[in-house]
Design a protein around this ligand. Sequence first.
Ligand code: NAP
Ligand code: GDD
Length: 347
Amino acid sequence: MMKKALIFGITGQDGSYLAEFLLKKKYKVHGVKRKSSSLNTDRVDHIYEENNKNFFLHYGDLTDAISVNRLVNIIKPDEIYNLAAQSHVAVSFVIPNYTANVDALGCLNILEAIKSLGLDKKVKFYQAGTSEMFGKVLESPQTEKTPFYPRSPYGVSKVFSHWMTINYRESYKMFACNGILFNHESPRRGETFVTRKITIGLAKIKLGLQKKLILGNIYAKRDWGHAKDYVEAQWLILQQKKPDDFVIATGKQYSVKHFINIVAKELNMKITWRGKGINEKAYDANNNIIIECNRKYFRPSEVQTLLGNPTKAKKILKWKPKISVSELAKEMIQNDLRILSHNDKKK
Ligand code: NAP
Ligand code: GDD
C-alpha cells in the first residue's frame, strides 16, 4: 500500500519541494490550496502535470476548522505536514491577529482534527517550527534546549504551536514532532524575503531593468540553507521510532551584507561599500548608488543573529545539509536571470 501524506502549505516554497520528495518516495501526496482570485499554484503546476495519478489538490484553509476536519477525515493520511503559515516576520507586525489565527490556532485545528477523528494512533504529525522562536537569542549557537525568546507576532504564534504539538504528544501519545528550522531559501523563495529580494534586485540592476535596491538591516546575521535539504529533514523526523523535536540548520552564519557580496560577485558586478550604519551604501563601477537602506524595512524589534547547532539531527536523523550558501545563491541568481531574460515564469 502506498503511504498517504497530507501537506498544508503545498503551494509554498517548502510544500512544493516536499511534494516532489515524497512522490519520489512513492507516496500519494494530497495538498491543501487556498481559494485565490488569481492563480496560486505556480510552484506545483509542473508536479501536477507530471504526476497527476498520485498528486491531489484540495481547497481548504487552516483557519477553517471544519475544512481541516473534513480533509483529515476523507484522506486519512499516514503523515500530515503542517507547513501552512503567514510566514513573513515583518508582515506579522502589521497583521498580528491574522498571523496568530493561522500560525498558532491553525496548528491546533489539525491536532484537534486528528484527535477527535480517533486517528491519533495512525497519523504522524509534523509542525513547521522556526528559529524565529529563539528571537533575541539567549545562547549561541541555538540547540533544542535553548529557551525561546520570540520577537514578533510570528515568532510568538509559532511558540504556541510548538508547545501544542508537544502537549498533544504527551497527553494523547500522538506521534507529533517539531522541526525547528533555520532560514532556508531556494529559487522558489517568495520575492519579499531578503535573499530572493537581493538575487532578483541585483539581477534586474545587472540587466538594466532597475536602478537601485532598497533594503533594511543589512547587518542581521542568518544561518541560511537550501529548502531541498530541509524538506528531507522534515520527512526524516517522521520516520524515527520515537516522536521528537529537532533543530535543522547549517551551523554557519552570514550577514545580509555578506550575502549581497556573494550575489554581486556571482553576477560579476563590482560593488564598493561606503558609509556607516543606516547610511552605508553600495556603489557600482560608475559610482552610482545601487543599494541603500531604509528604516521602513526594519522590524519594530529586530532579530539580529540566528545560528543553529544541528548536532542532534546529524546524530539521530543522519541528516546533513548538502548545499552551501554560495551554491544556493548561484542557483537563485541563474533562475532569476533566466526568468528576467526570457520572461519565463517557470520555476
Ligand atoms: P511560504 O512559501 O510562505 O508558504 C506558506 C504556505 O502556507 C503557502 O502554501 C500558503 O498558501 C499557505 N498558507 C498561508 N496561509 C494559509 C491558510 N490560512 N490556510 C492554508 N494555507 C495557508 O513558506 P515556506 O518558506 O515554504 O515555509 C513553510 C513553513 O515553514 C511555514 O510554516 C514557515 O513559517 C516555516 N518556516 C520557514 C522557514 C524558511 O526559512 N523558509 C524557516 C522556518 C520555518 P498561499 O500560496 O495561498 O499563500
Ligand atoms: N524581508 C526583508 N526585506 N528582510 C530584510 C530586508 C528587506 O528588505 N533588509 C534586511 N532584511 C533582514 C531582516 O531584517 C532579517 O533580519 C533578515 O534580513 C532576514 O529576513 P527575511 O528574509 O525576511 O527572513 P526572516 O529571518 O525574517 O524570516 C524567515 O526565516 C524564518 C526562520 O528564521 C522566514 O522564512 C520565516 O518564515 C522563518 O521562520
